[in-house]
Design a protein around this ligand. Structure first.
Ligand code: ADP
Ligand code: ASP
Ligand code: MG
Length: 400
């Protein structure tokens, strides 16, 4: 007998037919004698619809109330799934984040999981019940409901798998696994049999929304065996693990992130401490800065450009303007009409030429590169947002 955690995303529980299909998948694993914990997302577009509803009432709602609202979607899913399993004659119980002691900090909307108190989960499993847990939500020290960030149900599932020492955590979604690019946009994309935690962390952080990046970080830290597969077709998916057996592959996947903006700080003085002052004021506001580029002008001045998430753009500009005298710059130039396209692969550490091939692909497609950033296992380029899809396809088809 094994303990298996299964997570199903919104599209897998979007209507009665999907819920019944998922109930059969759960029933099969349970009937083989396994203990099963199931984490569910809100049905279909429910979370987006709830956000829209809130905006109609108040465009600036408090984050606390927003979390009370957004957590309701997942609660709907677990109750409906429990009913579907009851109908199949199986013992099931639905539980909210609060009921399983999913403790988080108090950053409403993007809370971090501090721990899961597993007693209730274990007690229910001991009674041989299938436990259905509402994903994405937790509770803080004030006993208030929190949510852990869009796409966070993946992280709920991994946190539970880690706490219970589960044998496997299966993330079911609407594609058959992790692909060499988003299969919705790149027709030639191929499914990978396996991918390393490190590659997947990069990919998830670089815009491939197939997994919540914190879920993969947590899976790596607690050595959770993790698999991504389809809830629609019965096929093996993609295993996410420490080391893969496909080292001859230089590149695993290409990703696109359109949720970024670029700020250029023009004509800063060329002297020590300027970058420090600039990035200190941004850090104090908890604004995360990504790619940074310094270009040298004449007359002892530099331009420093960097990227931030789109919804941090306005605040970043305000905070720089407020500190203009201290930092010392001529003006700010801002655009959010850009995208970051990235190539990820653990194999590029030992295989030269990945950068050259990437740039050749972009040259062939006549796409101009705005900024470049690299790490051991990734190369990212900034391009105009209108070129992003072409850039992904061009780079993808160069490598695969
Ligand atoms: P869920 O609702 O199940 O959590 P998501 O929409 O969060 O599903 O994630 C699945 C989607 O991720 C797929 O439909 C696909 O379009 C997208 N995706 C982006 N990049 C990739 C990739 N490299 N491999 C697979 N899917 C990807
Ligand atoms: N329902 C939440 C969202 O849409 C969480 C999730 O699906 O993982 O972001
Ligand atoms: Mg998701």
């Amino acid at each position: 007998m094994a303990l298996i955690v299964k997570k199903f995303g919104g599209s897998s529980v979007c209507d009665a037919e999907s819920i019944q299909r998922v109930a059969w998948i759960i029933a099969e694993t349970y009937s083989e004698g396994n203990n099963v914990v199931v984490v569910l997302s809100a049905p279909g577009n429910t979370t987006d619809e709830l956000i829209e509803k809130a905006m109609e009432i108040n465009p600036h709602p408090s984050k606390r109330e927003m979390d009370v609202l957004l957590s309701t979607g997942e609660q709907m899913s677990v109750a409906l799934m429990a009913m579907a399993l009851e109908k199949l004659g199986l013992p099931a119980v639905s539980l909210t984040g609060w009921q399983i002691g999913m403790n988080t900090d108090s950053e409403y909307g993007k809370a971090r999981i501090k721990g899961v108190s597993a007693e209730r989960l274990k007690a229910e499993l001991d009674r041989r019940r299938i436990v259905l847990v509402a994903g994405f939500q937790g509770v803080n020290k004030f006993d208030d409901i929190t949510t852990i960030g869009r796409g966070g149900s993946d992280t709920t599932a991994i946190a539970i798998a880690a706490e219970l020492g589960a044998d496997l955590c299966q993330i079911y979604t609407d594609v058959e696994g992790i692909y060499t690019a988003d299969p919705r946009y790149v027709a030639e994309a191929k499914k990978l049999d396996e991918i390393t935690y490190d590659e997947m962390i990069e990919l998830a952080s670089l815009g491939a929304q197939v997994l919540h990046n914190r879920s993969v970080e947590m899976a790596k830290r607690y050595r959770v065996k993790m698999e991504v597969l389809s809830s629609l077709v019965r096929k093996p998916g993609t295993k996410v693990k420490e080391v893969t057996n496909v080292e001859h592959i230089k590149v695993s996947s290409v990703a696109k992130d359109t949720d970024i903006a670029r700020i250029a700080v023009v004509e800063v003085r060329d002297e020590p401490g300027v970058a420090f002052k600039m990035f200190r004021v941004l850090a104090n506001e908890k604004i995360n800065v990504d790619i940074i580029l310094q270009s040298i002008n004449r007359n002892n001045t530099n331009d420093i450009s960097f990227t931030v998430a789109k919804n941090d753009m306005k605040r970043a500009v305000e905070i720089l303007e407020e500190n203009r005298d201290e930092i010392g710059f001529a003006k700010l130039e801002v655009t959010d009409d850009i995208a970051k396209v990235s190539v990820v692969g653990a194999g590029m550490m030992s295989a030269p030429g990945v950068a050259a091939l990437t740039f050749e692909a972009l040259y062939d497609a006549k796409i101009n590169i705005g900024m470049i950033s690299t790490s051991e296992i990734k190369i990212s380029v900034l391009v105009d947002s209108g070129d992003a899809d072409r850039a992904v396809t061009a780079i993808h088809n160069k490598f695969f």
